[in-house]
Design a binder for this molecule. Sequence first.
Ligand SMILES: Nc1nc2c(ncn2[C@@H]2O[C@H](COP(=O)(O)OP(=O)(O)OP(=O)(O)O)[C@@H](O)[C@H]2O)c(=O)[nH]1
Ligand SMILES: [Mg+2]
Length: 201
Amino acid sequence: MQIHVLGGFLGSGKTTLLMRIANTYIRAGKKVAVLVNEMGDIGVDGATLMSEGYNTTELPDGCVCCSLSAELQVAVRNIRRDIQPEIMLIEPTGLAIPTKIVEGIDMIPELFPEFGEYTVDIIGVVDPVRFRLFVTKKGKFMAEQLEGSSMIMMNKIDVAPAEEMRFTEDWILERMPDIRVWKVSALNGDGVEEALKEVCI
Ligand SMILES: Nc1nc2c(ncn2[C@@H]2O[C@H](COP(=O)(O)OP(=O)(O)OP(=O)(O)O)[C@@H](O)[C@H]2O)c(=O)[nH]1
Ligand SMILES: [Mg+2]
């Protein structure tokens, strides 16, 4: 099983992108399960996703990287046991630190020895429209949130000014020189499949 954790700040487009990614995998014939932290607030609920053919589980309020670590571990294990997906997509809250979620996941085999083989990576999502504002105020947090990503999806390229995209990419590459920054629009799907091909499909 391959687990992708979608990390990124509030409103960066994680849920929209998650649905694109799920669709891309489903079209490639893969069985996908989705685990989200708080979905109600964006007007897409578990029932909608279920009706579109996703296996969706919603965690209770709280942040999976801190107070809900045990709930996350149990949920990941139960989803795997019950659904046996090839791909699991996890969207934590926009305030979560994704490396902490990976740490929590990496403890599952000790807690549940029957869990089985898996790989986990972090897909970092950024919104270049508001990136400059965020890093001016919360640069340390933004860097910490992107840390450990195996790739970055710079989202909203359908509306982002070129100058802000350049600023965002430069800021990231200055701190993570080896990371690949993919330009995507979760809204219209541009670039998503190409980016995913790099890591998985
Ligand atoms: N123009 C544009 N808007 C986008 C894109 N992706 C997401 N959005 C919009 O950005 C807003 C936030 O998107 P979400 O997918 O809810 O973002 P999120 O990161 O899941 O947000 P939280 O879970 O609240 O942190 C919504 O209004 C989306 O429609 C994109 O590629 N282009
Ligand atoms: Mg969301």
